[in-house]
Structure formats: structure tokens, C-alpha cells
Write a protein that binds this ligand. Sequence first.
Ligand code: AMP
Length: 409
Amino acid sequence: MDKPSSFKDLNLIPQLEKALTKQGYTTPTPIQAKSIPGLLLGKDMIGIAQTGTGKTAAFVLPILQRMTEKYPRTIRALVLAPTRELAAQIGESFSTYGEFLKFKHTVIFGGVSQGKQVEALSKGVDILVATPGRLLDLMNQKKLTLNDIEFFVLDEADRMLDMGFIHDIKKIILKLPHKRQSLFFSATMSPQVNALAKPLLKDPIHVEVTAQATTVEKIKQCLFFVDQSEKERLLLELLKQKHLISILIFTRTKHRANKVVTFLNRNNIYADAIHGNKSQNARTKAIKDFKTGKIKVLVATDIAARGIDIPDISHVINFELPNEPESYVHRIGRTARAGAEGTAYSFCSAEERSFLNDIERLIKQKIEVMQHKFHSETAKNAVGAAAKPAGRSKKPYSKHFKPKHSFRK
Ligand code: AMP
């Protein structure tokens, strides 16, 4: 079967079909159509796909279906995810698609006390979704074993590597039974990602979906040249437009994310931030408030936003451009999920000009420049050292000053 155009063609069990119907999903996304048939046969898989392509259902559905062959209560499926938010979302997908099945799952991640997680494990679960650090921690404390794993998923492998989880992952993999079905997902392929995938998979099916280009094409992208000092005023001006309904704003740093939230709240626009310094409860609350429309603006850093599924974002605003051009594609992709259309506004000050050049080179297009009252010719025309953040062109630190953190790259 080449390209099933309906879930009916995929031979899913009635309990899963029912859950899909309840969600209103009738047509598999390309990654689902390409992977589910092979996965139902027990094949290993390597999937090159980013969030927004429907990749979660592509592995959750076949795993649930294959699990129904028996019902012993022991951890049979393990999904590793890089962030707590993504882990939580995968857990939600198991709830959604598994609603009419009897399996129990739990999600474990760091940053919160382990008590409740250990309690959930002790009651017995079939499916475990985890971030690597906390999982290893609990394994070392003998709170769980992976001896009965039949299904193993490594999600967002590239981000796992970026976040330095490689050693944890390798330790976890060593504890898995050899006889298992393994699935490996990554948004990008690099030699490092390949080196991680290769020993893990046996004769895998390869599925690659080119969400990046198609996603970018569907998004209306607008560029605002503006001085750093005028960005807040420009933001306020844009937020006054009525059609901006749910807005995700990106900043490069946690500090800036907090500043933007304070500024907006002071101007009676309800906003909240998600970033690594926020407690898990605060992040969960912010995302919930955003989803329910209690707040209309969510401000996020790249890592925090990674993998979170927030449907119905009308606009992404890059208050600051990312220093890694790939992050631009990830960011704006948040506004055109699963077929929806979206708009991305990007602010570019003089010192971000070189980031803009990198982005336009990556997406192979010039972003449309908007006319507005805060327009800055200085930003537009910046070159050389003026087109980079000040820290980057400075001389190295004097020997009397030791920076606490080194700059990345
Ligand atoms: P993911 O890439 O797994 O994060 O999924 C992105 C979004 O697409 C989620 O909100 C899913 O619920 C949704 N989705 C997944 N599969 C389908 C489908 N076949 N049809 C419509 N939406 C889907």
C-alpha cells in the first residue's frame, strides 16, 4: 500500500479508530501513512520529521495496537523525550488515542519532586514516557527496571544531543532487552544523529517528511527592521490589531522573556512566559491558560517552546531573532500546525542583521520587509561588527575576569 488516504486503509483496531474519530481525524498525515503499516508489522524505524507533522500519533497508534496482543502489567513501552513539555504531550497522546484501551501510562521528568512519579510507577504501568535524566535517576534508585521493554522510542534525537543527553541515553539503551522494536525520530539528520541511530536499529524503515519547506511556504512571513529600544513599542502597536488572537513570542534569553511579559502586563495585555527558570507547575499553568484563551500572549525561549503542541496559534512574533537559523524554521512552524495557516512577524535590530542573513540563506528566500512607523534604516543597512551582538566582536576577557558561563559557539 503506497499512500493510504484514510485511517480505514491502515487496518487499525476499532478502539483506535474510535479514538481517531473522536478527535475528528480521518486522514493520516504523510508520516503516519508512510510509517504505520511497517510499524504494525514490527519493523524498526528511523523518522526524519519535526513536531507538527503528526509524528506522535505515527508511533503511539501502532505501539498501542501491538501492545493489545497481551495485557501483563509491566513497563512494555518506553518513550524518551528531551523536554518535560514534550514528554507530557506524548503522555497526553497515549491518553487520547488509548482512551478505549486498558493500558496505563505515566510520565516522569525532572524539576519536580519524584514522590508522585514513584507512586504512579509502584501502582504498575504499561507505558513510560520519560526525560533521560529523571529516568536514569529512578533506575539507579531501583524504582523501576526496563527488563520487559518491547517498544522503545527515542524522540527528537537531535535535540537530545544538543541538550547533552547522549551519555544518559547510552546508559539507558544498555539496559534495554535486545529483542524489541525501536523507533528513532529526529528533525534533522547529522553524522552525530546517525551514529546514535545506527546501533539502535535493525533493518529500519526510513521515513522522511519534508515539513520544513512546506511549512515555511504556508506561513506569511513579515520582517520589521527596528532599533532594539523601539521593539516594545512596535510590539504593542502590532498587538492592537484585532486579528492577532493567540500569539507566541520568542526571545533569545529567559531574562528578555520576563521583561517582555512585565511590559505587556503593565500595558494590560495578559501574558505569561515559559522558560527553563520557571517551575514545571508554572509552565504547565501558562500553557493551559494560553490554550484556554485566558492569556492571549505566551512568551517563550527556544528550548522551552520545543515540542510543545499548542494548536491555533495565529501569530508567531520573533521579538528577537534566533542565533541559529534552524530555530527560525522551528519557531515559525508553530503557527501552521497540521494544515492551518499562520503569520510570523520578525523584528530585526542592527545587531541581529547577521542572524537575518543566516536565516534568509537557510530558507532560500528574502522575507518581506514591512513599512511601519518604527522602521530603522540603521538596522536594515547594518554590516560587519555592527550587524552582530556586541559581545561577539569584543576582545577576549581580561585575565582578572572569569565569566561564569561561556558563550555557545
Ligand atoms: P505532532 O507532530 O505529533 O506534534 O502533531 C501535531 C498536531 O497534529 C497535533 O495537534 C496532533 O493532534 C495533530 N494531528 C496528528 N495526526 C493528525 C491527523 N491525522 N489529522 C489531523 N491532525 C492530526
